[in-house]
Design a protein around this ligand. Structure first.
Ligand SMILES: [Cu+2]
Length: 109
């Protein structure tokens, strides 16, 4: 039993290490991943002039949203550089009045 626990701990430790490695090569300018759960989505369109994206996304409980397609402002214009039509993304968003803004986004490879 003790041996099983030890083996399991080692597996978990190894998994944590490889996870840390996977996240390590992020660009220096990348924003910190938020503590909130990320929503899944797909970039339907990008509007660089308006600093907006049209996102088809899954449910976002924290924003009381079901799955839908809608526009989001981008909190940081530098996000535009990494986004293009058809990209699958994970993102976090926040509400400001009647508008919604992407506060964090990462493109899934
Ligand atoms: Cu929505």
């Amino acid at each position: 039993m003790k041996l099983t626990h030890l083996a399991l701990s080692l597996v978990i430790a190894a998994a944590s290490v490889s996870l840390a490695h996977a996240q390590a090569p992020a660009p220096a300018a990348a924003p910190t991943k938020p503590a909130v759960a990320l929503a899944s989505g797909e970039i339907v369109n990008v509007y660089p002039k308006d600093k907006k994206v049209l996102l088809k996304h899954g449910p976002i409980p924290s924003l009381n949203m079901t799955a839908m397609t809608m526009e989001y402002g981008l909190k940081d214009a530098s996000m535009l550089a990494q986004l293009k039509k058809g990209d699958k993304v994970k993102f976090a968003a926040e509400q400001a009045g009647d508008n919604y803004f992407v506060t964090y986004i990462e493109v899934l490879k």
